[in-house]
Design a protein around this ligand. Structure first.
Ligand code: 5GP
Length: 261
């Protein structure tokens, strides 16, 4: 698969064209951003870990019938994905209240929700991804009622599966963000899961200690982000006896190789 021109660069990923018009390459960067890009840095090895963790989760989800954009992982930082038209909504799923909802509504941090709560945010960095009502989605034609019904069913299935998967390895799935896209199949649009699922897009707490194993380590200046993401990867059985050092070393090795070319 040949990497073509850059089509889009986001905060944590780059999308490149390929020689197949239906497929693109998703490259995971080491950039970490928070608070609508006001806080940013580079954390060496983060992209490598997110690539592996997201691949693992999306492969498992396709096995339970959740169609998604992943075709295959190419290397440490890249995966081939299906080109979709992204629905401009961030779907936030909450099992436990923390983060923005606690500030917005004065809910006590750590409150366990009776049922999973789905929130919608408009995907617009300039506006700071504002929270919207479901009615806004239909009023402004961001998605159809049929699409949102299908997405909601998929979200609840994804949430059930991921809660169980993480519970099995001693991690609580607190909340996460999903994105969906439209894929043309026989001239009809089909909605499939897109983007990534990783500690960048989920809140993951150790089941016993509540230690944060996600991007809040960066947002809240807790440090040790790479050891936390490595811990998630190890518990999921993705990185066996490799240590965090080896992830960073692989990153360094690949950058040395690139420089030599
Ligand atoms: P909150 O609304 O509390 O800030 O975030 C809720 C959940 O969605 C968290 O797991 C958070 O990581 C994820 N999330 C929300 N918006 C974004 C975003 O723009 N980028 C990423 N990576 N995650 C997000």
């Amino acid at each position: 698969m040949k990497r073509g021109k850059k089509l889009y660069e986001g905060k944590a990923k780059i999308i490149y064209a390929t020689n197949d018009k239906n497929l693109v390459i998703q490259y995971f960067k080491d950039d970490a951003t928070a608070f609508n890009n006001q806080k940013k840095t580079i954390i060496e090895g983060k992209g490598v870990l997110n690539n592996r963790i997201s691949e693992h989760i999306l492969l498992n989800l396709s096995q339970i019938g959740i169609k998604n954009h992943l075709v295959k992982r190419l290397n440490m930082r890249e995966q081939v994905i299906k080109l979709v038209e992204i629905i401009p909504i961030e779907f936030i799923v909450r099992n436990v209240a923390t983060g923005s909802i606690t500030k917005r509504l004065g809910i006590e941090d750590g409150t366990v929700l009776k049922e999973p709560l789905i929130e919608y945010c408009l995907k617009d960095d300039k506006l700071g991804d504002p929270l919207i009502a479901e009615e806004h989605i239909f009023a402004f034609d961001w998605a159809t009622k049929k699409e949102i019904e299908k997405v909601k069913k998929m979200i609840l299935r994804i949430n059930d599966f991921m809660i169980g998967m993480f519970r099995g390895v001693g991690i609580k799935l607190i909340d996460f963000k999903l994105e969906f896209g439209r894929l043309k199949v026989n001239d009809k649009d089909e909605v499939i899961l897109a983007d990534e699922i990783s500690p960048d897009t989920c809140r993951l707490w150790d089941s016993i200690t509540d230690k944060k194993l996600d991007k809040d380590r960066f947002r809240k200046n807790l440090g040790d982000l790479i050891p936390a993401y490595t811990e998630v990867a190890k518990r999921l059985g993705i990185l066996h006896e490799q240590s965090n050092v080896s992830v960073v070393n692989v990153t360094k090795l690949s950058s040395v190789k690139r420089k030599r070319k």
